[in-house]
Design a protein. Structure first.
Length: 500
C-alpha cells in the first residue's frame, strides 16, 4: 500500500487530467464529420467527464483511407523490422512514463479500482506491447521441401488494414493485446473503443505520435458500435477485424464479412467459465482464495470470470465459509481509494442487466447467501460480491453470462459429474481446476472444452500463451502469444524455377 498515493491525491489528479476527445485520423485529432459528440461518464459518481467525438460512416471511410494510404506507401510495413521494433518500444516507454495518469483516466472512465489499474491494467498492457514489439525482428519465413528443381519460399507479410473493435471491461489491456502484434508486424490500424470507455484509447494517440509511429498507421474512431463497428465490418478495404465483445455482436461480424469482402474475422467472445474443485482436494484455503479472485476480480466484468463453482456436495458449506473469509479482504467503494479492490459497474445499463440476473436467480429458487443487493454508495452502481447457493444446472444464472460479481455453487457427487457439468455450456473460454493429484490435473485438463485450462490457480495464462475460446467463446484465431501474430499476417508462396 505504501506505493500508492492517497485518495485525495488521485481525486486531484482526476480533476486535472488532460486528454484528447476527438477522433484520431491520419495523424490528426479531428471532430466527427457530423459534428456529433457523445458524453462519457464516470460511473462511480454519475458525473459527465467529457464529450467525445461520435463518429459515423464518413469518419470510418476517412480512417480506412488514411490507414490504406500509409500501408501502401510502406512507411511502416516496409520499415526495417528493427526500426519498427524500436518505435514500438518507445511507445511502450511513453506509456510507462505516463502510467499513473493513464491509470487514473482508466479508473474514472470505467469505474475500475485505481489499485487494479495501477497494479494490473497498466503494467500488463505495457508488458504486452514490449513482448510483441520484441518479436518484430525475430520472425522467419520458411523454405519448402520442393526438390532441386524449385525454390519454394514461404513468406509472411502484414495483412494490411486492421480494425480492432473493443470492449469496455479492460479498455487499455484489450488495446494492448491487439495493437501489440498488429503494429509489430507492420500493419496500419483502426481502433474502435467501446463507447463507455473511449478516453485511454484516445490518449494513446498522443504517445504513438510522440514515439514516431507514422501518420495514418494508427487511427482511432470512437462512436456507436451499430454505426462505426458495422461500417468497419462492411468496409471493402479493411482486411481483418479483430473483435472482443459479446457473442451476439461477434456473429454480426461474420455476416458483415460475408456480405462485403470476406475479410478475416477473429472473435474473442463471452464465457461461462467453470471453477472445478475435485474430490481429492484436502484443504480449501487456496482454492477458495482463487475462487473469490476468479468470480469477483474486476467486479466480475471479466470474460473469464468463473461463475460456476462445481464442487463436492458434501463440502459446499466448508467451501462457502472459506470464500467468505477471503472476501473480508475485498473492500468495495470509491474506485479512486487505493484500499478498494472493487469499484463501480461500468454503466447504469450494465448495472440493470446484472441486477436483473440476481433477481432472476432468486425468482427461480436459488438463494443469495452472500450479497444480492446493491450498495447505496456513490452513483448507486455498486454491486457487492454475490454468491448463490441452491442453484440447479438448469437455472438461468448457471447458464448465461452475467458479466458481474455473481457466482454460483453447484454441488456434485463425483468428479465425472463435475466434468460433465463443467463442459455442459455453449461457451468454452476458460476453465479452472483444483486438485491435489497431478495426474488428475493432467487428465481432467485434457477433457475440459476450453481454450485455457488453469490448474491450481485462476489465470488466463501470460503474454507467452495463446488466448481464445472454444465453441461460442471464439472464432478464427487467438490473442496473446506468438499465435496472435497470425491474425495480422498473410502467407505468401514464392515459387522459383531452378531448372535452366
Ligand atoms: P459488445 O456489446 O459486444 O461490444 C463490443 C464492441 O462492439 C463495442 O466496441 C461495441 O460498441 C461494438 N458493437 C456494438 N454493437 C455493434 C454492432 N451492431 N456492430 C458492430 N460493432 C458493435 O460487448 P461489451 O458489452 O462491450 O463487452 C462485454 C462482452 O465482451 C462480454 O460478452 C465478454 O465476455 C466479452 N469479452 C470477451 C473477452 C475475450 O477476450 N474473449 C474479453 C473481454 C470481454 P459500443 O461500445 O458503441 O456499443
Ligand atoms: Mg465512461
Amino acid at each position: 500500500m505504501s506505493d500508492f498515493l492517497t485518495t485525495a491525491q488521485y481525486e486531484a489528479m482526476a480533476r486535472s487530467l488532460s486528454f484528447p476527445t476527438q477522433a484520431f485520423i491520419g495523424g490528426k485529432f479531428v471532430p466527427a464529420a457530423s459534428g456529433k459528440t457523445m458524453d462519457t461518464i464516470n460511473p462511480a459518481t454519475g458525473e459527465k467527464i467529457a464529450e467525445v467525438a461520435s463518429c459515423g460512416v464518413e469518419d470510418v471511410n476517412r480512417a480506412v483511407a488514411a490507414a490504406r494510404k500509409s500501408f501502401e506507401r510502406g512507411v511502416w510495413a516496409k520499415m526495417h523490422p528493427t526500426e519498427r521494433k524500436k518505435i514500438c518500444l518507445r511507445f511502450a516507454e511513453l506509456l510507462e512514463k505516463n502510467a499513473v495518469e493513464l491509470a487514473v483516466l482508466e479508473s474514472v472512465d470505467s469505474g475500475k479500482p485505481i489499485r487494479e489499474c495501477l497494479m494490473t491494467d497498466l503494467p500488463e498492457t505495457i508488458e504486452c506491447l514490449i513482448w510483441h514489439a520484441e518479436i518484430a525482428d525475430k520472425q522467419y519465413g520458411g523454405i519448402s521441401p520442393s526438390g532441386s528443381g524449385a525454390l519454394g519460399l514461404i513468406v509472411k507479410e502484414p495483412i494490411g488494414v486492421v480494425a480492432c473493435v473493443l470492449p469496455w471491461n479492460f479498455p487499455l489491456m484489450m488495446v494492448g493485446w491487439k495493437l501489440g502484434p498488429a503494429l509489430a508486424e507492420g500493419n496500419s490500424i483502426i481502433l474502435k473503443p467501446a463507447s463507455v470507455t473511449p478516453l485511454t484509447t484516445l490518449k494513446l494517440a498522443e504517445f504513438a505520435a510522440a514515439a514516431g509511429i507514422p501518420e495514418g498507421v494508427l487511427n482511432i474512431v470512437p462512436g456507436p458500435g451499430a454505426l462505426v463497428g458495422e461500417a468497419l465490418g462492411l468496409h471493402p478495404d479493411v482486411d481483418v477485424i479483430s473483435f472482443t465483445g459479446s457473442t451476439e455482436v461477434g456473429r454480426l461480424f461474420l455476416r458483415y464479412s460475408s456480405e462485403s469482402n470476406l475479410k478475416r474475422i477473429v472473435l474473442e467472445l463471452g464465457g461461462k467459465s467453470p471453477f472445478v474443485v475435485l474430490d481429492d482436494v484436502k484443504d480449501y484455503t487456496v482454492a477458495a482464495q482463487h475462487a473469490v479472485q476468479a468470480a469477483f476480480w474486476n467486479m466480475g466484468e471479466n470474460c473469464t470470470g468463473n461463475s460456476r463453482i462445481i464442487l463436492p456436495n458434501n463440502r459446499k458449506a466448508e467451501f462457502l465459509e472459506a470464500m467468505k473469509k477471503h472476501l473480508q479482504g475485498w473492500k468495495i467503494g470509491n474506485p479512486l481509494d487505493p484500499a478498494n479492490a472493487l469499484g463501480s459497474m461500468v454503466s447504469k445499463s450494465h448495472f440493470t442487466t446484472v441486477m436483473g440476473y440476481i433477481e432472476k436467480g432468486k425468482a427461480e429458487g436459488a438463494t443469495a447467501v452472500v450479497g444480492g443487493a446493491p450498495l447505496g454508495i456513490g452513483s448507486g452502481l455498486f454491486i457487492p460480491p454475490t454468491i448463490f447457493d441452491g442453484v440447479l444446472p438448469t437455472h438461468t444464472i448457471a447458464n448465461e453470462e452475467i458479466f458481474g460479481p455473481v457466482t454460483t455453487l453447484l454441488g456434485v457427487n463425483s468428479n465425472e459429474e463435475a466434468l460433465r457439468i463443467a463442459n455442459n455450456t455453449v461457451y468454452g473460454l476458460q476453465a479452472t481446476l483444483f486438485t491435489d493429484d497431478i495426474t488428475n490435473g493432467h487428465l481432467f485438463a485434457r477433457e475440459m472444452k476450453a481454450g485455457t485450462v488453469s490448474v491450481n490457480n485462476f489465470s488466463e495464462g501470460d503474454n507467452t500463451t495463446p488466448f481464445g475460446g472454444y465453441k461460442l467463446s471464439g472464432f478464427g484465431g487467438k490473442d496473446k502469444g506468438r499465435e496472435s501474430h497470425d491474425q495480422y499476417l498473410e502467407t505468401k508462396t514464392i515459387f522459383i524455377n531452378l531448372n535452366k
